[in-house]
Design a binder for this molecule. Structure first.
Ligand code: ZN
Length: 93
């Protein structure tokens, strides 16, 4: 199985990549949880309009998460790594 970077919306990405302090109960009885960490996306490509591979929503944040094909819920194209490595200043030599 090949892991590839698939587009993901911010919501799905954050759901899977945030760490929260264990919930505790405040003085007024409300649940308190504090964000402790967010994993930085595997790839970021801003200016892209994509469909989230997890929920199918349109996303414009440019987050790509490494996913196995069986984790991909929607038929979307994985990130073409060649696109990322293209250096616009090295063209035309
Ligand atoms: Zn999503």
């Amino acid at each position: 199985m090949t892991i590839k970077a698939y587009p993901q919306c911010e919501k799905c990405y954050l759901e899977e990549n945030t760490q929260w302090e264990p919930e505790s109960v405040g003085d007024d009885g409300s649940l308190i949880s504090k964000l402790t960490a967010v994993t930085v996306p595997d790839q970021l490509k801003t200016g892209e309009i994509n469909v989230c591979a997890s929920c199918g929503e349109i996303t414009i944040v440019g987050i790509y998460a490494n996913m196995e094909p069986d984790e991909v819920q929607y038929d979307v194209d994985p990130l073409n790594l060649d696109d990322l490595n293209t250096d616009p200043y090295s063209k035309g030599t």
